[in-house]
Design a protein around this ligand. Structure first.
Ligand SMILES: O=P(O)(O)OP(=O)(O)OP(=O)(O)OC[C@H]1O[C@@H](n2cnc3c(O)ncnc32)[C@H](O)[C@@H]1O
Ligand SMILES: [Mg+2]
Length: 195
């Protein structure tokens, strides 16, 4: 069994990493299993920079293969906001509902679907002790819905209508999300690095 730490405290992310990596023979742990882990400030200007900060801090602390995920939503009409501030968009509490309300409020006078385009972005940094950290990026295109629907997934999923679908990401099954998501795409690229 190959052992891997995902440097995250986000339960939604952990569930998705487990679902994708366990069938490939990885035993997945996260920072939820290590309450004494270092708290890393996300001071980078890009998803990749933040993912590197999180991965290196944890792989140095535990001396083990670590993957960190920095991800978020980029809305074209808002010039890429909330971007790297996705978690803290409506304040430091990292409240998913408040974040969703803030995005919907900013788009309330933008009725046309073509102007509500957005994408989820996921940067993964892979830090192996003694080696140079590598990064990959995955993206998933869609639109900001008029109102939230669905109770699957996490974060902004209820207001993200998947491109070429009528469903929000939160209306997809776990399996469906893990086929098409930004995280799934990034993880496919990571598998090439881990071989
Ligand atoms: O930093 P860690 O501990 O990994 O956990 P976090 O929740 O703070 O994670 P980020 O800093 O990467 O912020 C990601 C934000 O983007 C949102 N997000 C990321 N992936 C998502 C997904 O698959 N579906 C919906 N929202 C997502 C998530 O809800 C956060 O608001
Ligand atoms: Mg974070």
């Amino acid at each position: 069994m190959k052992h891997i730490i995902i440097a995250t405290k986000n339960k939604g992310k952990v569930r998705e990493f487990e679902a994708i990596l366990a069938p490939l023979g990885y035993q997945v742990q996260s920072l939820l299993d290590y309450p004494n882990s270092v708290d890393v400030e996300e001071t980078g200007e890009t998803f990749e920079e933040n993912a590197i900060l999180k991965a290196e801090a944890v792989s140095e602390q535990f001396n083990i293969l670590t993957i960190a995920d920095d991800s978020g939503l980029a809305v074209d009409y808002l010039n890429g906001e909330p971007g790297v501030y996705s978690a803290r968009y409506a304040g430091p509490e990292k409240d998913d509902t408040a974040n969703i309300i803030k995005v919907l409020e900013k788009l309330k006078n933008v009725p046309s679907k073509e102007k509500r385009t957005a994408r989820f972005i996921c940067a993964l940094a892979v830090s192996i002790p003694g080696q140079k950290t590598q990064t990959v990026v995955g993206e998933c295109e869609g639109y900001i819905a008029k109102e939230p629907s669905g109770d699957g997934g996490f974060g902004y999923d209820p207001i993200f209508t998947v491109k070429n679908s009528t469903k929000t990401m939160a209306e997809l099954s776990k399996e469906e999300k893990n086929q098409i998501s930004h995280r799934a795409e990034a993880l496919k690229k990571v598998q090439g690095l881990l071989k």
